[in-house]
Ligand binder design. Structure first.
Ligand SMILES: Cc1cc2nc3c(=O)[nH]c(=O)nc-3n(C[C@H](O)[C@H](O)[C@H](O)COP(=O)(O)O)c2cc1C
Length: 149
């Protein structure tokens, strides 16, 4: 099974990106988890660009096609999802292979419930299948006793 991990944080020490790397290490035999690089290089979504897709968008869409499922981990910024994860998803709204894709949502900061809900709503609107059994909140910020704000 090929799983694509996407982090909604560009921060070098991101706990969401770390969570995806940990999931990659812990993936059971038969599951390959690729953590996608370069979402920060995606241009801001513009429907006019759909006719002549930027190379970064082609890379993203190819990675989606090659994946059986996705796992997303993203912080909450100002009670919303990050621009990074929203921009990434906006490039996939009209991309048919995304519809019906199974998606796990990881939340590294359970107090960040606004972004978690908003992300799930966006995914459902895009006809993704949010797999609740594979989605979880993991209080990493408490475990690490760090305050990143
Ligand atoms: C601009 C900004 C806005 C934030 N807004 C919220 C917020 O509304 N709710 C919350 O729980 N955390 C908020 N945080 C804290 C981040 O969600 C937290 O630091 C998270 O660990 C960052 O994820 P990362 O380590 O993957 O980069 C905010 C952080 C920043 C930088």
């Amino acid at each position: 099974m090929r799983v694509l991990g996407i982090s909604g944080s560009l921060r070098e020490a991101s706990i969401n990106s770390a969570l995806l790397r940990a999931a990659r290490q812990l993936a059971p035999p038969g599951m390959h988890l690729r953590v996608l690089d370069g979402v920060g290089e995606l241009p801001l979504f513009n429907p006019n660009l759909e006719l002549n897709l930027p190379v970064q968008v082609r890379v993203l869409r190819a990675a989606i096609v090659e994946s059986d499922a996705l796992v997303l981990a993203s912080p909450e910024y100002a009670h919303g999802v990050t621009g990074v994860i929203k921009n990434t998803l906006d490039w996939l709204v009209s991309f048919e292979p995304f519809a019906g894709k199974c998606v796990a949502v990881l939340n590294a900061s359970p107090r960040a419930h606004h972004a978690d809900s908003a992300l799930r709503e966006t995914l459902k609107t895009m006809s993704a299948v949010v797999v609740e059994g594979a989605s979880m909140s993991i209080p990493l910020r408490k475990v690490c006793s760090i305050d990143l704000q």
